[in-house]
Design a protein around this ligand. Sequence first.
Ligand SMILES: Cc1ncc(C[n+]2csc(CCOP(=O)(O)OP(=O)(O)O)c2C)c(N)n1
Length: 319
Amino acid sequence: MTQDQATIARLYHSMLLIRRTEEYVARAYPSDAIKSPVHLSIGQESVATGLCDSLLPDDMVSNTYRGHATYIAKGGDLKQLMAELYGKSGGCAGGKAGSMHLIDMKRGVMGSSAVVGTTIPVAAGYALVLKNEAKKTGRLRVVACVFGDGATEEGVFSETLNFAALHALPVLFVCENNGFAIHTPTAKRWATDRLRERVETYGIPTSHVDDGNVFAIRDAATACLANIRAGGGPQFLECKTYRWLEHVGSLDDHNQGYRNSAEFARWQKNDQIVRLKKMLGSEAKPIQAKVEEQLKEAIAFAEASPYPAEKDLLSYVYA
Ligand SMILES: Cc1ncc(C[n+]2csc(CCOP(=O)(O)OP(=O)(O)O)c2C)c(N)n1
């Protein structure tokens, strides 16, 4: 299918903003500026971008600790993201939560958690709220629930699939399958790789995109969302992808021996940012300039923002 220039430009802007932001984070990480561990999505951008481009502004997205990409793609405030990473009071969680706990409810980004799988039932709970809301408003909003392949091994994943299917909840489950849970490949963790078959046993329709193609992800998500909005209940989309850097931190770790550099090279050749840049030709330049400007403003905001005041040390702390 031929894509219109406006769509290509929008997707390119989104993926480039994620990439450039995370490249800055990777550069700044070894200094003392960034106060929390970071799980980067460099190489995985097309999943967040393709998905979020298909959502409406008041749809919700449920994220993980590897959440910069989805936060940015859904329109989360970049200044507040950067200030949060710096541990500053202007951050989206007042500087107290860090990279793994981004939130921007105004833009439909739900809070996330460092505990693998725990956001999945919370997303379904929110979808239940939205289903009830639609009884009054006549309009069904949707939750897109993003998680990694490792999260599908948690008990709450299966429990949530069952509950969501039973109650026909408006939730799109999106598995960002980068093939690894930290250093362990799915082949050493899964008795079979038939993930989608497992999901289908709950009566949930599934689809998949195996090559990271941002247009294919957007189209697949759009089709799923149409079924959900028509009252069809949950859908499941598996997107294969590849994490370019180490699980947590800013370095290349292909020298660690747990994964294959040839596979990395294949995914790098398939970089959707490079692909869309070529499609845009000279139109890419102003988008690049805009991204650099947004990033510069976010860094300046984070640097200028004060640290949380001492009097707030115990606020938002529960015991
Ligand atoms: C309940 C729980 N078990 C283990 C961990 C340690 N842990 C942190 S990230 C991670 C890997 C998760 O992999 P996946 O869900 O595929 O996401 P990815 O990091 O690849 O994006 C593990 C096991 C944790 N944080 N929470």
